[in-house]
Design a protein around this ligand. Structure first.
Ligand code: ADP
Ligand code: MG
Length: 275
């Protein structure tokens, strides 16, 4: 379990440029859940996940990962973090070397590293024949998979992803989401997903935390969130398009998916079932 308790963070503290990024943030992440962290740009999402991964020093409050303080070096093996546009950090000559880069710091045998590279490639859906290819010959979507595989090769128990599909075309985005919430999730990792895409959150997250101006506005299920119009408006978020459409049609029920929408539209407008 990850416990975040009373965490506040101020950038450039003690200068005229002080900027409060987080204020009294408390929540837990249970093993096996998919937790989404949503919020407008500047709401504090990236600061929060960097604190959870021990990359930004705490100023107040505390974070514990499996009962270890986040300052303990052992947590580096527990928490993997994939930054936004992680493919910008690829630099090795081959896909294999790039994925092996971080595990090489962990005193693992060559055989173990190579097994981890293969497994990580499988999890993100990269065919093994790409091992010897330069990352720079790959498509944008494939490069991002290489970067994610590099983190998975560390075998983290908790995987934090900051807007993992930002900037990808719709097909690459959909394929990557299927991989992350299919094979990667099945491998047993607990996923913390930073996203402002409400459709993705509805489809994949068990729980969502909404941040606005460094504070938690909401912590609950996606279904509970989408009846909270005021919270959504304050956070600058919108329900999924299908939910908005049904509201425009005067159907105020809390419909989140296409399947649910189909059923209710057929019923309301007395249409024959298509199947
Ligand atoms: N390195 C930094 N120095 C000063 N202010 C920063 C820095 N990084 C982020 N901030 C500020 O902290 C707030 C939260 O930023 P961030 O955590 O990046 O939010 P998000 O990821 O939700 O867009 C914003 O007001 C941002 O401008
Ligand atoms: Mg961010």
């Amino acid at each position: 379990m990850i416990s975040v308790k009373d965490v506040s963070y101020i950038y450039m503290k003690g200068t005229p440029f002080e900027k409060t990024a987080l204020e009294n943030i408390s929540f837990d992440v249970a093993e096996g859940e998919v937790l989404a962290i949503a919020g407008h740009t500047g709401s504090g999402k990236s600061t929060l996940i960097q604190i959870m991964a021990g990359l930004i020093d705490l100023q107040s409050g505390f974070v514990e990962i499996d009962n270890l303080p986040v300052t303990d070096k052992k947590i580096r093996r527990l928490v993997g973090i994939v930054f936004q546009y992680p493919e910008h950090q690829l630099f090795e000559e081959t896909v294999e070397l790039d994925i092996a880069f971080a595990p090489k710091n962990f005193e693992l045998s060559d055989a173990e590293i190579s097994a981890r590279v293969e497994e990580a490639m499988r999890l993100v859906g990269l065919p093994p024949e790409l091992k010897k290819v330069s990352p720079f010959e790959l498509s944008g979507g494939q490069r991002r998979r290489v970067a994610i595989a590099g983190i998975l090769a560390l075998k983290p128990k908790y995987l934090i992803l900051d807007e993992p599909t930002a900037g990808l075309d719709p097909l690459a985005k959909e394929n990557l989401l299927k991989e992350i919430f299919g094979t990667v999730k099945k491998s047993g990792v607990t996923i913390i997903l930073v996203s402002h895409n409400m459709e993705d959150i509805v489809r994949f997250a068990n729980r969502v935390i909404v941040l606005a101006q460094g504070k938690i506005l909401f912590n609950g299920t996606p279904r509970e969130l989408f009846v909270q119009d005021k919270i959504l408006a304050r956070a600058g978020l919108e329900p999924p398009p299908i939910t908005q459409l049904l509201h425009k049609l005067g159907i105020e029920e809390n419909i989140l998916s296409l399947d649910e929408a189909e059923k209710i539209i057929l019923r309301r407008f007395h249409l024959p079932n298509s199947t």
